[in-house]
Design a protein around this ligand. Structure first.
Ligand SMILES: [Zn+2]
Length: 350
């Protein structure tokens, strides 16, 4: 896969989740319950993996993913598969200082006694030779998406999660996953903790991996609580500035960021020059589909601060809450926009 993405300029991918088919789960909803059970659910999830792969391929996405078709939520599904977690007695927690959610809790020592996504990854690997990116929740975001009646220490719990994530990541790598991404939207909220222990916990999660590693840091899904929060953040969003110096020093290979249609001044990307950057060029918080030219404009702006061979066009965040039609249109726009800029770069180089 290194050969594929290194040869191809501006390889496209998505941040992670894509809408599920309506026969599998209720569409346009987070934490949507499954519509199937037992054997039918297992088969339905495999079919959804086939469909999401084909949709990405039809749109010309270069680095494909599972679209998170087999998980109800990007954080809680992983947590619920760990020992030491009570997912029957959910509690309401105010997550990322932003909204209430019903989440599972830690009630004893956490450990990973079985793989969570490895069978799904093997299944996807068998369907395609394209590079695969697999998203896992990051340790800090996990800590922030549950209640903890056991450790009562965020840092300590983050390192326990990092250990479990590392075990999962190693098995995903062995299954043929090319890029393992850790989702850390919490990195834009708990800026001091990111520097105190967040990045260290992330590095613990990636320890010993030979595949490429990524961290996705965004301003959240396009749900109301997030868009309301964004309205309070002022004219310029400079959160990345606080954490980029330490991220630049870290051993994470790729940084996935929200760059399109928001208030992030793209000059902050200069602080991580040298890293590969997944530049969000699709807004996931609105239904209006970007034109290829709008995507190209964001990529051109990012190219001022990111070397062309390190720029990976991407979406701002996951697209699970969108309709399939809108998500499809956005994937097509991403591919077409990347192609415009690819041609420009090739003309310049010729
Ligand atoms: Zn995101």
């Amino acid at each position: 896969m290194k050969t594929l993405t290194e040869k191809l300029l501006l390889p496209t991918s998505t941040a992670g989740s894509l809408p599920k088919p309506s026969w599998l789960a209720e569409p346009e909803k987070l934490w949507s319950p499954w519509k199937l059970e037992n054997e039918e659910l297992l088969n339905g999830k495999e079919d959804a993996l086939r469909v999401t792969l084909q949709e990405q391929q039809n749109s010309g996405i270069d680095i494909v993913s599972d679209g998170e078709q087999t998980r109800q939520h990007f954080v809680t599904t992983f947590i619920e598969n760990l020992a030491g977690v009570d997912f029957e007695n959910k509690k309401t927690v105010f997550i990322r200082n932003r909204y209430d959610a019903e989440v599972p809790g830690v009630v004893g020592p956490v450990s990973r006694q079985k793989s969570v996504f490895v069978e799904d990854a093997k299944f996807l690997r068998a369907q395609t030779n394209q590079p695969i990116k697999w998203a896992l929740p990051g340790p800090m975001t996990m800590v922030d998406t549950l209640y903890d009646d056991y450790y009562q220490d965020r840092k300590k719990l983050a390192f326990e999660f990092a250990k479990a994530l590392n075990e999962e990541a190693k098995e995903l790598e062995a299954a043929g996953v090319n890029i393992i991404q850790f989702d850390e939207p919490a990195f834009n909220v708990f800026l001091d903790e990111v520097n105190e222990w967040g990045i260290e916990a992330l590095e613990r999660a990636t320890e010993g991996l030979k595949c490429e590693t990524a961290v996705h840091i965004c301003y959240g899904y396009g749900i109301k609580a997030n868009t309301d929060w964004k309205k309070t953040l002022g004219a310029e969003w400079r959160h990345y500035e606080k954490t980029f110096p330490a991220i630049q020093q870290s051993n994470i290979d790729i940084i996935s960021l929200e760059c399109h249609n928001g208030r992030v001044p793209l000059e902050v990307l200069e602080m991580i020059r040298g890293k590969k950057v997944m530049v969000g060029a699709i807004d996931v918080a609105r239904n209006e589909i970007e034109t290829p030219e709008e995507v190209a404009a964001t990529l051109r702006e990012a190219l001022k601060y990111v070397d062309a061979d390190k720029l990976y066009p991407c979406t701002n965040c996951g697209m699970a809450p969108l309709s399939r039609e809108v998500a499809r249109g956005k994937l097509n726009a991403l591919s077409a926009g990347a192609e415009i800029v690819r041609k420009e770069l090739q003309t310049q180089a010729a």
